[in-house]
Design a protein around this ligand. Structure first.
Ligand SMILES: [Zn+2]
Length: 301
């Protein structure tokens, strides 16, 4: 985990800690506010050591969304710093408080197979998570903007620090991460497209995604993501021929994108992504659900 200085003002500093999940650190006087906390205790210990090295006290953690690689370090920080405040947007706060809900919604039953109860899909719970509404607030001398960036998860937010930096969570990814994932994880395609449009109109000097390198040119990054989402949507639409089961569609799309499903975890994650496209096409009136002899079929309208 490397510390990079990305902005200096009169009294404070803004950093990001480069890691599997990048973490934002806003420091002023002797106080520090964190944006996300990494995957687990190890990530949180590294953050804690960096704060000690900078001679700042960890004061507040804002979780951008409930995925375990963003809030899995909260429990450790809460144990060692009981006075810390934990904030997250509505819905995400409930999922961070009750992280067993994530494998439940992915699998579709409260009786979840144990291989889905792992640290990547189920963080340790955070107690007393306060709801952080969208809008603007002052933290010491910093003007922070809580920006809705829904789509990747139900109520994800980004945090803007003044006009300089937007910590944009998993709304977009670094170039290499986008290429590696082939079909990026967006749960709600309509909301994702609105988020892309908002990002395109925004004008921060620097954008820090949670996965990948910071960048300045938001328009080209958004266009690259839109191309992928457009391509998957077209592929789903064009794959629907005659009556097709959901699993047939899932196999066809994953074959087409060389995105293998080789475990229950991969299955539930890809199922969630393709369900988002199915729902989006249904909302647009391009797809119907049909039922025959206890089988659900998808058909193109
Ligand atoms: Zn995420």
């Amino acid at each position: 985990m490397e510390l990079s200085d990305i902005q200096t003002t009169g009294k404070g500093r803004v950093y990001y800690l480069a890691s599997h999940t990048n973490v934002g650190l806003v420091c002023i006087d002797r106080d520090a506010l964190l944006i996300d906390s990494g995957l687990d205790d190890d990530a949180a210990k590294k953050i804690d050591r960096i704060a000690v090295g900078k001679n700042v006290g960890l004061h507040t953690v804002i979780s951008t969304h409930h995925h375990a690689d963003h809030c899995g370090g909260n429990a450790y920080l809460q144990r060692v710093h009981p006075q810390m405040a934990f904030l997250a947007p509505d819905v995400e706060a409930a999922l961070i408080s009750s992280p067993e809900l994530e494998p439940m919604y992915l699998f579709g039953s409260p009786d979840v197979p144990k291989e889905l109860r792992n640290k990547f899909l189920q963080a340790q719970p955070t107690r007393n998570v306060a709801v952080l509404p969208a809008g603007r607030f002052m933290w010491h001398d910093y003007l922070l903007d809580v920006v809705p960036l829904q789509g990747h998860s139900p109520n994800q937010i980004g945090i803007g620090v003044g006009k300089n930096v937007l910590f944009c969570a998993d709304s977009v990814f670094g170039e290499e991460v986008l290429a590696k994932h082939k079909i990026p994880f967006y749960m709600d395609i309509g909301s994702t497209r609105k988020t892309f449009e908002w990002l395109r109109q925004s004008d921060y000097q620097l954008y820090v995604p949670s996965h990948g390198e910071p960048f300045g040119d938001i328009a080209s990054v958004v266009s690259a993501h839109e191309e992928v989402v457009d391509s998957v949507e077209d592929y789903v639409r064009n794959s629907l021929r005659g009556k097709m089961t959901f699993d047939d569609l899932l196999r066809t799309v994953c074959d087409g994108y060389s995105a293998p499903i080789d475990s229950l975890q991969r299955y539930v994650l890809m199922k969630t992504v393709i369900s988002g496209f199915v729902s989006h096409l249904y909302e647009k009136g391009e797809l119907c659900f049909a039922f025959d002899k206890n089988v659900m079929y998808l058909t193109r309208k």
